[in-house]
Unconditional design. Structure first.
Length: 477
């Protein structure tokens, strides 16, 4: 198989050395907010610090270093983090040498405010500067405020094997690329995470194999826009007897799937303008690639999509949906929707509701528009939809989506799904839960089953968000 040829040519990442002459036997507490990429980045940071003698801890009162990995996608997310930082500052009263730092998107955007104006943190590190954290810690210990938010055109952290903090030992994230080139007018990500760059596929396959050998049953490939992944293999790394030189996302997806048929593969996030039929055909070819696609629409109005600089139309998006339904008839689809974007009219809002009714998404992430400083929309467009109308339209979107989710979930009654058990149910210690290939969360009685098992579950009831079932068979893989 193609993947096996790649794996055989791939050297494993360096073994992490946990000793250091500079920093010894200290503890770090990591807290992450926002997207899956932030949680993945926290694991990279944990690996970097482990090499410098730090161990991770879940006890925030028994730590030397607190790092908050932040999100800047919406104002509410930033305010949540600021409130958290104000609470954390109180810990310094009893532990003055405690270092508090901010990582990620918010770090780049609000460095001056966090360090100098509000004095909430000692350390500010952007997404491309994590390798510099040990030096910055030493600067803080020497009495300086430390900051590095420089963006990079090359950094992918491809050589770093992440430390799986707070892992269930079942599922893991693998970052395949960083940054974004799309420049959606409402989005701050290109300014906080920099330009798009893909990671060497050889290192991705090595990380996948390492996780599988350690007993992980599922990986999720991450990128701001995974469909734009591309890599040109050098002559010495070109696959023997294969005419493969430039690797695109569909080919990478196949390579990861071929690591083992017993390893489930997911990915996030896709962009409608870049998602090709080749990806759908690859998903159809491999049973272990989960039949679920998150495909953000944002708005059903062509006028809004143009102002958002999304690069596609309502018609184009529906064409992608038709292709998914044709090639992957059992695939579930989720989306993102923003209400109340600049100049949005009742007609624009209705176009979104109409598109939702045509597609009937399995579930959606829904928000009202929050202006982000520095974006094109903030500089050139008017945030002129009043908050009351934004919230009213959002409420209508939520009500409609809940009806669609319930309709979709009711269609699963009586059907049997293979479920990978991920965790204990939040509502009962006598129940477990996990997802099927379509990403639906399914809850069932614990019995003698355990986290990491595959079980066949027949669906007997449902809510708008959850399927409720009964285990009828324990699978071997």
């Amino acid at each position: 198989m193609i993947a096996e040829k790649l794996i055989n040519e791939t050297k494993q990442s360096e073994v992490i050395n946990i000793t250091s002459n500079n920093i010894l036997l200290k503890k770090v507490y990591l807290e992450s907010y926002g997207c899956a990429m932030n949680f993945s980045d926290s694991e990279i940071v944990a690996s970097i610090l482990k090499k410098e003698g730090f161990s991770t801890t879940n006890n925030i009162k028994d730590t030397d270093l607190i790092l908050i990995n932040t999100c800047s996608i919406r104002d509410k997310a930033e305010q949540t983090v600021k409130t958290r930082l104000r609470d954390l500052r109180k810990l310094k009263k009893n532990k003055p040498k405690l270092i508090i730092g901010v990582l990620g998107c918010m770090a780049e955007r609000l460095k001056s405010s966090l360090l100098e104006e509000e004095k909430l943190v000692d350390l500010v590190v952007g997404p491309d500067a994590y390798r510099d954290i040990p030096k910055l810690i030493q600067d803080v210990e020497g009495g300086q405020k430390s900051v590095n938010v420089l963006l990079s055109r090359e950094e992918t952290y491809a050589d770093i094997m992440p430390v799986r903090i707070a892992s269930n030992g079942v599922s893991a994230f693998i970052s395949i690329m960083r940054g974004c080139d799309n420049m959606c007018s409402f989005c701050v990500v290109p300014f906080t995470r920099g330009r798009e760059r893909s990671r060497n596929p050889l290192t991705i396959i090595a990380e996948t194999k390492d996780l599988f050998n350690k007993g992980y049953k599922e990986v999720t490939l991450l990128g701001q826009n995974v469909d734009s992944y591309k890599w040109k293999l050098s002559e010495e790394n070109r696959i023997k007897n294969e005419k493969i030189n430039n690797i695109n996302f569909a080919q990478l997806l196949a390579l990861v799937a071929e690591v083992s048929p017993e390893l489930r593969v997911r990915f996030s996030t896709s962009h409608p303008k870049d998602m090709t039929d080749e990806v759908f055909h690859t998903m159809a070819k491999y049973d272990n690639i989960c039949k679920y696609i998150h495909l953000p629409i944002q708005s059903g109005s062509d006028k809004m999509l143009k102002d958002m600089n999304r690069g596609y139309t309502n018609k184009w998006y529906l064409n992608r949906i038709d292709a998914i339904n044709k090639i992957l008839p059992n695939c579930s689809i989720s989306t993102d929707i923003i209400t109340g974007f600049c100049n949005e009219t009742d007609e624009d809002h209705k176009a979104t509701l109409d598109l939702m009714s045509k597609v009937k998404f399995d579930f959606a992430y829904m928000f009202y528009y929050s202006e982000r400083p520095g974006t094109y929309a903030e500089r050139k467009l008017s945030d002129n939809v009043v908050l009351e109308i934004k919230k009213k339209r959002l409420s209508e979107v939520i009500v409609l989506q809940h009806s669609h989710s319930l309709e979709k979930n009711k269609k699963t009654l009586g059907k049997t799904y293979k479920v990978l058990i991920e965790k204990q149910s939040k509502k009962s210690d006598k129940k477990l839960c996990g997802r099927n290939s379509q990403n639906a969360m399914i809850v069932f009685d614990k019995g003698k089953n355990k986290i990491g098992d595959y079980v066949d579950v027949i669906i007997e009831d449902c809510t708008t968000a959850t399927l409720i079932g009964r285990v009828i068979k324990v699978s071997k893989n």
